[in-house]
Ligand binder design. Sequence first.
Ligand code: RM4
Ligand code: MN
Ligand code: MN
Length: 388
Amino acid sequence: MKDHAAVKAALRAMRIETPSWAYGNSGTRFKVYAQAGVPRDAYEKVADAAMVHRLTGAAPSVALHIPWDRVDDYADLARFAVDQGIRLGAINPNVFQEDDYKLGSVCHPDATVRRKAVDHLLECVDIMDATGSKVLSLWFADGTNYAGQDSIAARQDRLADALREVYDRLGPDQRMLVEYKLFEPHFYTMDLPDWGTSYAHCVALGDKAQVLVDTGHHAPGTNIEFLVTVLHRFGKLGGFHFNSRNYADDDLMVGAADPFQLFRIAHELVRADAIRPDSGVEYMLDQCHNLEAKVPALIRSVLNVQEAVAKALLVDADALAAAQQAGDVLAAHAVLMDAFSTDVRPLLAELRTELGIDPDPIAAYHAGGYQQQIEATRTGGRQAGWGA
Ligand code: RM4
Ligand code: MN
Ligand code: MN
């Protein structure tokens, strides 16, 4: 087993970004449920994200979704975030919620719609300049529902052209992360359905384009730790949207549905030394808390990532290498399982005490009165939510 000081040092450095949209109301296509105390604008989302960071010490930035988080002055929002003790992270453009985008955005057959979509992406790079964000996080709902509806090949050409124009607009220290998703909202083709397609476009673009792995966007049975390892090996693993799923794009709390999968992914990342903040791999959450209270759900999610990573850090790498070299299948597997079976909660509590925060962030949240405060003060106005 590794020495605990090294494990704690790695955990102390690790950063997890929370998504602004997870603080707003969400639901399914059947119903969006309203919760008391939900933010009414981007400033209140930033305040909630700052609370998650104060209690966990591990979530120092929040991703924005534009136009859901549109404000008059992005530099002012960035200053507000710093005053609150965090910073603004990835900018996520939204080219999927207007009638114009019914047949696609950057892949749409009509050049005027494509122009509108690309202009929005470029506007998001302007916003990055104002906020100091380094990551443009791209997800396209583009696709088709029926064979013959549009040319698969022509749509790939349109996608490549749009990505190129946006890529060329990026500043020297800005990156674009290209996300993929197997299906939904389209059910015949998606223009970026899998990591191979994202990877190919990123390779064609250059060093500032990398793949974003949303853990909920794969076919059932996909070995995510395998593709993560391959992408990282080729320098194309840009980051994660962590969440968990039982069926499709469920957006449940990370580590809830399959903590063992999260551990296996974490193991490959530890092995690749990709946990460090300067590794270039961004750790972001992309979740919807439809039933559960949002701020404690995000705290729980951060803790779940930390637990998986702590276990991965405890893997005895020397014993594992020796067992692998000897071809001892059971011994090698046992090394991993020993680490996975370790209760890392005491170690994480110790780390938090060393950081000067409460060893139990969820209990601290409930004791602190923040939930009561936001429920009492955030009345009137329009709650943020899916599509707002
Ligand atoms: C998509 C995808 C994107 C996220 C939107 C809200 O399924 O995961 O990353 O921005 O949902
Ligand atoms: Mn995502
Ligand atoms: Mn998703």
